[in-house]
Design a protein around this ligand. Structure first.
Ligand SMILES: Cc1cc2nc3c(=O)[nH]c(=O)nc-3n(C[C@H](O)[C@H](O)[C@H](O)COP(=O)(O)OP(=O)(O)OC[C@H]3O[C@@H](n4cnc5c(N)ncnc54)[C@H](O)[C@@H]3O)c2cc1C
Length: 526
């Protein structure tokens, strides 16, 4: 056991993408920084991996699309990342009749309108759908630029949004009300509602409004709400952040699992080269429950922390070709290029919630799918590319951690894989299994990552992809304390949150890391 203590301006617990952002900003400001990551590599949930031995496909194994990463951050840190915009926003086969579906083509409003009318039978629904996006635009433009500034007050933001009724509908009344008032059909309402249910276990009308907060984060990214494809996969984003942090002088240690954090900045870690480091500030890139455990180990009085619960399953697949659709009017290359909604009408989403509350995996499992390789084939090796292979990612909703927490891990994965394939097969013209490639070891190239897998592999408590329920990105009142002003405080003045659990940290955004770095710089300058 190493006994000498190295001292740094900042010690960062966890080398997720947010920890790397914080490290890069602090090092560029001339501060000494140590990042401690328990896994062999950095990036956390923002990584590219090859799940099948001998198969040259580097998948964004967990997170896969980018919306909330600010351009300013990319510029500040000199990141060489390309975020590619997709022309097709979404395709939604009608679960009642999958021979027709809604294709939202951002470059062809008339074709989109025809497709909405064909499925809904309502000639006005396309205009309503477009109007909802238009109505949300000022909210996105008002909120997003504030995400990397000290917390604005709610009243200032409401004023700059310029639409009090919309402000109330998004921040004070359950999302279901806005969706039902804006849209007239179950299928379009479902498309809108999914933005509120990513990793979030709720109904449209949940009075706790967690679905509203999730919705807000999904429609404000970049001031537009577009979700872009990171070229090279999500691992490319983290690799660039690692490069930026190291180039600026940050020390990054992997295989270094933090075992305790004391409120005055002593951090102990285990691994192949264990040690003790002291930070004038400590930045936590892990979730609140994990941080609380580390603080208790470091001698802090215990505090009650809500254990978060994730509510999704991610399925990664490699296909020999895209599956055939029942819908002759849409090519699979268009349908799978955007978000492909499977059994996600508003009624199906709410029914799935009820089934999960009753202890059952929803049937059909609501899910959304997307094919990375159609937009960016570089994640496949040359042979797979030449053979026309495609990746497919499925994100299943309304699967709370409680359904798998105590189950056998292998059985839980198998059950969820079966549920996902059943749901998908219900809208395809052929079973998805017919398109799945086989690895050299004979195993099919399909895997499920459950909430339990996220907890065990990434340390995400309860498999919650945002480290906990998302928070409103504003404060009730102005505050002079740097940590509170930037939304990164804990009850210990020298311990800040830099990860997804920071006030505005959810998703692949780097915003938690940037904001913690800004607060830390103010504290260190005192
Ligand atoms: C399946 C899935 C799909 C998602 N899809 C998207 C998406 O498409 N777009 C999007 O924007 N967001 C998505 N998200 C959410 C997003 O990935 C996360 O919110 C974000 O990556 C969190 O980043 P972070 O750096 O805050 O934390 P994390 O990525 O959780 O990183 C925390 C790091 O801390 C390390 N760690 C934990 N405990 C210790 C310890 N004791 N000592 C040292 N290190 C420790 C972990 O190993 C990890 O590397 C998804 C998440 C998941 C899981």
């Amino acid at each position: 056991m190493t006994s000498s203590v190295s001292t740094y301006d900042a010690v960062i617990v966890g080398g997720g993408h947010n920890g790397l952002v914080a490290a890069a900003y602090l090092s560029r400001a001339g501060r000494s920084v140590l990042v401690l990551e328990r896994l062999p590599g950095v990036g956390g949930a923002a990584v590219s991996e090859s799940p099948w031995p001998g198969v040259a496909a580097r998948l964004s194994r967990y997170s896969y699309l980018v919306s909330l990463l600010p351009e300013r951050l990319i510029g500040d840190l000199g990141l060489r990342v390309e975020l590619r915009r997709r022309r097709i926003s979404s395709y939604t086969p009608d679960p009642a009749d999958p021979s027709r579906g809604i294709l939202v083509d951002t470059a062809d409003a008339a074709a989109t309108a025809r497709s909405v009318t064909r499925v809904t039978g309502d000639p006005d629904e396309a205009a309503r759908y477009a109007a909802l996006s238009t109505r949300l635009a000022p909210l996105a433009r008002a909120v997003f630029p504030t995400m990397t500034e000290p917390l604005p007050t709610a009243s200032a933001l409401r004023e700059s949004t310029g639409d009090d009724a919309l402000w109330h509908a998004v921040t004070a009344a359950p999302l279901g009300t806005l969706i039902r008032e804006s849209l007239a059909t179950d299928i379009t309402r479902g498309i809108a509602l999914t933005d509120g249910l990513i990793g979030t276990f709720a109904t449209a009308d949940d009075p706790a409004l967690s679905q509203n907060r999730c919705f807000l984060y999904h429609v404000i990214g970049g001031g537009t709400g577009y979700w872009d494809v990171p070229v090279g996969g999500m691992g490319r984003v983290s690799a660039e952040l690692e490069r930026a942090a190291r180039d600026a002088g940050a020390e990054i240690r992997t295989d270094a699992a933090v075992t305790s954090v004391s409120p005055d900045g002593e951090v102990r870690y285990a691994g192949s080269d264990p040690g003790v480091a002291h930070g004038r500030v400590v930045l936590s890139g892990v979730g609140p429950a994990a941080l609380e455990h580390l603080l208790e180990q470091g001698g802090a009085a215990s505090a009650d922390v809500v254990r978060p619960e994730g509510a999704q399953v991610k399925v990664n697949m490699l296909l020999s070709r895209l599956p055939r659709l029942h819908d002759d009017a849409v090519a699979p290359e268009a349908a799978f290029a955007g978000t492909f909604h499977v059994n996600e009408t508003m009624t199906q989403l709410d029914r799935a919630y009820t089934e999960a509350v009753a202890g059952r995996i929803p049937d059909p499992l609501p899910a959304e799918i997307y094919c990375h390789s159609l937009t960016d084939p570089t994640i496949l090796g040359p042979e797979l590319r030449a053979a026309g292979a495609q990746t497919l990612t499925l994100f299943g909703l309304q699967v709370p951690h409680r359904l798998v927490a105590d189950a056998d891990a292998v059985a839980a994965r198998a059950e969820l894989l079966a549920a996902a394939q059943r749901s998908l097969n219900g809208v395809l013209a052929e079973p998805i299994a017919d398109c799945i490639l086989t690895a050299p070891d004979g195993a099919p190239c399909i895997e499920a990552r459950t909430t339990a897998d996220l907890e065990h592999t990434l340390g995400m408590t309860g498999g919650n992809i945002f480290h906990g329920d998302l928070s409103w990105p504003w404060a009730d009142d102005a505050d002079d304390d740097p940590a509170r002003r930037w939304g990164v405080g804990t009850r210990h003045p020298r311990v800040l949150v830099c990860g997804s659990a920071a006030r505005r940290g959810g998703a692949v955004s780097g915003i938690g890391g940037q904001n913690a770095a800004m607060a830390a710089l103010e504290i260190l300058a005192r």
